[in-house]
Design a protein. Structure first.
Length: 318
């Protein structure tokens, strides 16, 4: 007490509420972490380069330890090595993309599969599916372009397949200069593949090539910028979906299975056509063709001879 006045101690500072403490902790610990997450760079795919020569995929002949088997890995055969390479895929592998050099070969062996994450794979050599009874796959986990001047070969067995992975709708683009040839099957597992052909699709295996595409969002097989050829003694069977545009060219005694729709295209050369309820729509049929089974002709022009064999039927409209 001084001069008759009593001094009281100052009041204590106000206590932080639980809410204030929570907000303070959030801005100190959580917000900086969010900035770090946003700023983190995307993982880069690792290039595995084959060091030249022949061998199996699982051999220790890559530029990186192990062998490519991850969505963030690229398999390069053989990165310009002057020694021609033959690599045999002897396992099931999943990668981002591949590159095959001129004179080099990647064989997918019987019962093995290669899954692509998507993007563009450049093939200036040969990619071959060599199944002989067991399922042998090139599977697409994303939309995929086969680029380059090389050849993708489906061996003479229906179990050599290119298809989507896990039933998701995917698009395969056959780039300009690329040839997809042989037999095997395009689609047919999940029937969830679309094809854009800007190069050449050549059915030349004695067992024929099978096509089964999805028409979700439009014609399943866009041939407007490419060409389809069927060699003498071989066949192309459309088992489902639509092939649209361009030309389907037969060379000699060629077979054409019509189990889907062939629309707005020209059929050139003589075909032995087998129908199972499919049709031509807005097509032009040239040369001499024979028909067995049941085929529909909708708004279709026939400029040659169309012979009906063994009870073949043609239903016309338009």
């Amino acid at each position: 007490m001084e001069g008759g006045r009593r001094f009281s101690p100052p009041p204590p500072p106000p206590r932080e509420t639980v809410l204030v403490k929570a907000i303070r902790w959030h801005f100190k610990h959580v917000v900086p972490t969010l900035f770090l997450v946003v700023a983190a760079p995307a993982a880069q795919a690792v290039d595995y380069t084959w060091q030249g020569g022949s061998g199996n995929w699982t051999d220790s002949n890559w530029s990186v330890a192990g062998f490519p088997n991850a969505a963030a890995s690229n398999a390069l055969i053989d990165g310009g090595n002057p020694l021609n390479s033959v690599v045999n895929l002897n396992t099931n592998a999943s990668i981002d993309t591949f590159g095959i050099g001129s004179g080099d070969t990647l064989n997918i062996l019987n019962g093995s599969s290669l899954t692509l994450n998507g993007g563009t794979s450049t093939n200036t050599g040969t990619l071959s599916l060599n199944g002989t009874g067991a399922d042998t796959y090139l599977l697409l986990s994303g939309d995929t372009t086969l680029a380059g001047s090389g050849t993708t070969v489906l061996g003479n067995d229906a179990n050599n397949r290119i298809d989507s992975n896990n039933g998701q709708l995917r698009t395969l683009t056959v780039g300009s200069g690329q040839t997809l040839e042989g037999g095997g099957s395009v689609g047919g597992i999940y029937n969830q593949i679309k094809v854009v052909n800007q190069g050449t699709v050549l059915a030349d295996a004695t067992g024929g090539m099978r096509v089964n595409v999805s028409d979700s969002g439009g014609a399943g097989f866009d041939n407007s910028a490419g060409q389809i050829q069927v060699a003498n003694g071989s066949s192309l069977s459309l088992n489902g979906g639509t092939i649209s545009g361009g030309t389907v060219q037969g060379t000699g005694s060629s077979g054409l299975g019509v189990g889907g729709t062939l629309q707005n295209l020209t059929v050139q050369g003589g075909f032995n056509m087998s129908g199972s309820g499919g049709s031509f729509n807005g097509a032009t049929l040239n040369n001499s063709n024979t028909v067995t089974g049941n085929i529909g002709l909708v708004n279709t022009t026939n400029t040659g001879a169309l012979a009906l064999n063994n009870g073949g039927q043609v239903n016309t409209s338009g």
